[in-house]
Design a protein around this ligand. Structure first.
Ligand code: MG
Length: 450
């Protein structure tokens, strides 16, 4: 049985997330940690934040660990605080999920998301109910601290703040009523940026729009950028580990574009290795190679990217969803740091965001799904591997078939009864042709095994 998904434990308030469940989860985490450990706990702006946080804290205290409550903060700020001041961290957040959901995400002492084997250790305590109990005079206590100022100052120290200030940029900012409300407006104003804010009042009902920064949720922001003649627009997801950008013409920029842009500029300065999942655009590899760097691929998942970056001392890493990882700051996705870095790139090059983005290579992408019963997913994957073994494939995560200027990734969904086909190519005809070809192969295999 599994408790942790790809982003910690997620659940709906009143359904999966009940007080007894959350107290038990806190007890399992606390029992996994040595007695007297210091655990930093913070949350995003969800209405259920206090309920979830206090239930988890109660469970933790019962096992004899101490808690530092850092109140509402972006997930990367909780991670930064944990790395510097605690033995473990917990972010109470469901990132971009609807408001009735919440989540519990565990953070290791170095600020990275907890690895799968450590999550398994917590799961096994949870399901076996082998909780540590301590006598009344050994139960933990709660202290309170602020994580925000140190986090914002740390970001500013990693970029050329004076150069950014000298440009006097105007930014239209949409915090999605989430945790970024507490940091990004202040970060920008400290960087001398004029901020025009939208949905920057914390509100766990998410009155502005859903907290996923996708085009249909950012119509107001795109219009605001145009109406106010802003230099760019910035949007965060609910817990601000990601940032999505709008150029000065009000054009939505997909995360793979900013990933490629930042990769190119960092490798231009420092050479080295960039780490990204197998699902990322070839544009990243193309620009990194052109600057004398190298790309290393990993299975999908930000914690996997972060761990690989530590292992090989990479200069940069990230995902195509706007989650960028800057090793000089910390080994996790960081929306605030992404904002500062994009401004620094604009300031250093003297170019507008649209000029920078339009200088990147263009690739065409598509994503489709094919129904497949959960029970046969594994065997289907084995059969795809066998069917394609004579092609140039990678089996790091699903099966990725790679050509000269195209690739197709066939991957079972972790949550739904479907297979996903992701594909990318330099021209649209190749893209259509390849997707058709591999979709047929996949469908035939599923049909034979059903
Ligand atoms: Mg997030």
């Amino acid at each position: 049985m599994r408790l942790f998904g790809t982003n910690g434990v997620r659940g709906k308030i009143g359904a999966d997330f009940t007080p007894p469940f959350l107290v038990k989860l806190g007890m399992a985490i606390g029992s996994y940690l040595p007695k007297k450990s210091k655990v930093a706990v913070g949350s995003d702006t969800r209405i259920s934040g206090d309920l979830v946080k206090n239930a988890v804290i109660s469970g933790l205290l019962s096992t004899g660990v101490d808690v530092i409550d850092i109140s509402v903060a972006p997930t990367p700020a909780i991670q930064y605080y944990t790395k510097n001041h605690a033995d473990f961290g917990i972010a109470i957040t469901a990132s971009h999920n609807p408001p009735e959901f919440n989540g519990v995400k565990c953070i290791d002492s170095d600020g990275t998301e907890l690895s799968r084997d450590k999550e398994c250790a917590i799961e096994s305590i949870f399901f076996s109910e082998k909780f540590r109990t301590v006598p009344w005079n050994d139960v933990g206590t709660v202290n309170y601290d602020d994580a925000l100022e140190e986090y914002v100052n740390a970001i500013i120290s990693k970029v050329d703040a004076n150069l950014i200030k000298s440009k006097k940029y105007t930014v239209a900012l949409d915090c999605a009523n989430g945790a970024a409300c507490y940091t990004t407006p202040y970060l920008l104003s400290k960087l001398g940026v004029r901020v025009i804010s939208l949905n920057c009042q914390p509100d766990g009902t998410f009155p502005g729009h859903e907290s996923e920064p996708k085009p249909e949720n950012l119509r107001d922001l795109m219009a605001l950028v145009r109406d106010c003649d802003a230099d760019l627009g910035i949007a965060h997801d609910g817990d601000a580990d990601r940032a999505i950008f709008i150029d000065e013409n009000g054009r939505f920029l997909y995360g793979d574009k900013t990933l490629a842009l930042v990769a190119r500029e960092i490798v231009k300065e420092r050479k080295g290795i960039v780490v990204t999942p197998v699902s990322s655009s070839l544009a990243v590899e193309e620009v990194v190679k052109a600057q004398g760097g190298k790309v290393i691929y990993t299975p999908v998942g930000a914690p996997i990217v972060a761990r690989k970056m530590i292992e090989i001392n990479a200069v940069f890493g990230g995902e195509e969803n706007g989650g960028l990882i800057f090793p000089e700051h910390q080994y996790c996705r960081d929306g605030g740091m992404s904002v500062a870095k994009i401004l620094e790139i604009m300031a250093k090059t003297g170019k507008t965001l649209s000029e920078l983005i339009d200088s990147l290579p263009v690739y065409y992408q598509t994503k489709i799904s094919v129904p497949c019963d959960n029970s046969i997913k594994e065997i289907v994957l084995e059969n795809i591997r066998r069917a394609l073994e004579n092609e140039n494939i990678s089996t790091m995560d699903g099966v990725k078939v790679m050509g000269e200027d195209w690739w197709v990734l066939i991957r079972p969904s972790g949550t739904e009864p479907i297979y996903r086909i992701y594909a990318e190519a330099k021209n649209e005809d190749t893209l259509r042709e390849k997707v058709e070809k591999y979709k047929k192969i996949l469908e035939k295999i599923i049909q034979q095994l059903s």
